[in-house]
Each structure stands twice: as structure tokens, then as C-alpha cells.
Design a binder for this molecule. Structure first.
Ligand SMILES: [Zn+2]
Ligand SMILES: [Zn+2]
Ligand SMILES: [Zn+2]
Length: 326
């Protein structure tokens, strides 16, 4: 695997071949009898029968032992795919989707995501830890068995960089968090909010890129997903996420889910780099869910400008009308 940087858009692109993986339980590499033979990075609960198990990805995009050596090829930049790539097996059962878990079971998955982010952030070589979940063949899921993935990279992904820059600019200008401001306005207007649980909100963003795009945010400020605000209750987030996924599955066969949290702020000397000075005040963690609608798949083909035929106000109203418990 090799990482190359597009000098114009600043995107890093991973180049290399990947294996295509099989479908049935017999072929599934995440079945308990197979996965229990792989050295686990984390098992939860630690005692008794496990629900969540974290293992190294069998065909990783990034390798911990790679040479991070950044090389120039004329005007171009490339580097070895140094990083970590882990699989979070969310249940031992082959055909149980996350949306059908109990609130407590979803909370365990969220807790495992958080503790893996916190652990990987201790490695000062890594600049960003991504948590994502691709569910459904249309979303490019690797195995049908419920799982999510974590990658630790020595660069900050482009979209996060955009968010960090915008949030930083907004804060410099107004001394307020852009996400907090957004939640306040959405609360006031109400029309794009799909569901609420405690202080957690699920809403269709104003400029939704795809039909039924949903963000989950805490209404009180906090920049790190892995370190919740004192007094916040992750069980509420789990309950909200479950209801949102059950609603979404009625309108979309597949989705991408990604956790957006603050990047690592430590440099190699273990000091905080100066440009992160206001990060704790200006960034705000959230979860983004991008559903994939088969019949609308054309809307994704024009990547330069997103074309979304569904207004978020209408999408939120449609989703509110769906019963997450039936
Ligand atoms: Zn399986
Ligand atoms: Zn905020
Ligand atoms: Zn985001």
C-alpha cells in the first residue's frame, strides 16, 4: 500500500490491491470460532461471554510497522501506509444488525469506539483516528457480519481538515463554536430535527449532501467523542442512534456512518502544537450518517457539487413520521 497526495486538493489517496471477501456465515472470518483464535486488541465485556471484540484488520490499509518516510517525487508527495487498522466485531451473531441491538448493546459498541480512539491517540505518530461503519453491499461493507472499523493515520483526512478550519475561523471571528450555534438555530427552527434523547439531537443538516443525511450531536459543547462531557449519558446517545438507524433502514438499504472527533494534538515531543490552541473551544464532535439510496445512486456521481434531490426539511419530516419501534 502506498499513500499519494493530490497536490491540488490536498487529498491523500491509498493505492494498492485489496482482497474481496465472502458472504455466508461459513465463509465469514468474523464468526466466533475463527475470530477467537485471532489475538484480540480488546474484548468487552472483559469477563463472561463477549459482545464486542476488536482485532487487527486481516487485510489492513495501514500497517503499524510501515516506514512513514515521506518522499517527494518531483512536485508530488507520497508516503508509506503507516497507521493502524482495526475491526470492531459488534456481536458474535452473524445476522444481527446494529439497529436491532438493545440500547445497552449499542452503548457498549460506542464505549469500545471511544476507548480505542483514546488508546490510539496515545501514539504520537498518529494525527487522526477515524471510526466508521459501512453497512450494506451498496456502502461497500467488507463482511455482512455487524462490524465497524478504526484507522489511525499520520495525516488528518481532508473533510476533517475542512471542518477544523471552518470551526477555527468561526471561533476566531465570533468566539463561539460553529456546531453549538448550529444546534441552537436548529432547536429554534425545529424543522430539520428528526429525534431527541436527553441532550442528544439527530438532525438532517441544512446542506445535506445526500437524501436522509443525518448528524447526531450533543447540544452541549465538547470536542472529544472519546471523553464525554461530565454528566452526559452515552446510553441516551445509544438509544437515539438505534431509533435513527431503524428509521433509516426503512428508507435506505445501506449507509456510511462516521464519527468526527478532534484530531491528536500532540507533536512528537509530546507537546501541543500551537495551532490547536483553541481546538477545545472551537471543535465539536458529532456522528454523520450518509444513507445510500439505490434508485438515487445517480446523485452521488457528480462529486464536485453534491446533487441531492431531497430537501432536508422534507427528509426530517418523513423520518419523524416513521415508527422506529415497528
Ligand atoms: Zn459472521
Ligand atoms: Zn460546540
Ligand atoms: Zn463532520
Amino acid at each position: 500500500m502506498e499513500l499519494r497526495k493530490d497536490p491540488i486538493t490536498q487529498s491523500w489517496v491509498i493505492l494498492g490491491q485489496r482482497e474481496v471477501v465472502a458472504e455466508t456465515a461459513e465463509q465469514c472470518p468474523l464468526e466466533p470460532e475463527k475470530i477467537e483464535k485471532v489475538p484480540a486488541i480488546m474484548i468487552w465485556p472483559a469477563a463472561g461471554p463477549w459482545q464486542v471484540r476488536v482485532v487487527p484488520h486481516p487485510d489492513p490499509l495501514y500497517h503499524v510497522e510501515s516506514d512513514p518516510g515521506r518522499l517527494a517525487e518531483g512536485m508530488y508527495d507520497k508516503m508509506g501506509a503507516l497507521g493502524a487498522h482495526e475491526v470492531v466485531v459488534e456481536t458474535p451473531q452473524h445476522d444481527r444488525r446494529l439497529s436491532l441491538f438493545s440500547d445497552e448493546e449499542i452503548e457498549r459498541v460506542l464505549w469500545v469506539w471511544a476507548s480505542r480512539i483514546a488508546d490510539l491517540k496515545k501514539d504520537v505518530r498518529f494525527k487522526y483516528i477515524s471510526v466508521f461503519k459501512n453497512q450494506g453491499a451498496l456502502a461497500g461493507e467488507e463482511w455482512p457480519h455487524a462490524h465497524s472499523q478504526l484507522t489511525a493515520t499520520i495525516f488528518v483526512p481532508r473533510r476533517i481538515k475542512y471542518e477544523l478550519n471552518s470551526a477555527h475561523e468561526w471561533f476566531k471571528d465570533k468566539e463561539r463554536c460553529i456546531f453549538c450555534d448550529m444546534v441552537r438555530q436548529e432547536e429554534k427552527q425545529g424543522k430539520r430535527i428528526v429525534d431527541v434523547q436527553g441532550d442528544y439531537y439527530a438532525l438532517c443538516p441544512y446542506a445535506s449532501r445526500v437524501p436522509y443525511e443525518i448528524w447526531l450531536l450533543h447540544r452541549r459543547h465538547n470536542h472529544t467523542f472519546e471523553q464525554p462531557r461530565p454528566g452526559s449519558n452515552r446510553r441516551q446517545l445509544a438509544a437515539l442512534l438505534g431509533r435513527i438507524l431503524r428509521r433509516l433502514e426503512k428508507v435506505a438499504p445501506a449507509y456510511h456512518l462516521v464519527v468526527h472527533t478532534s484530531p491528536s494534538t500532540m507533536n512528537k515531543k509530546g507537546e501541543m502544537a500551537g495551532y490547536w490552541k483553541t481546538l477545545a473551544d472551537d471543535y465539536h464532535w458529532h456522528i454523520e450518517i450518509l444513507p445510500i439510496l439505490e434508485k438515487r445512486s445517480k446523485s452521488y456521481s457528480i462529486k464536485e457539487v453534491y446533487f441531492n434531490p431531497e430537501l432536508p426539511e422534507q427528509a426530517a419530516s418523513n423520518l419523524r413520521a416513521l415508527d422506529p419501534n415497528s
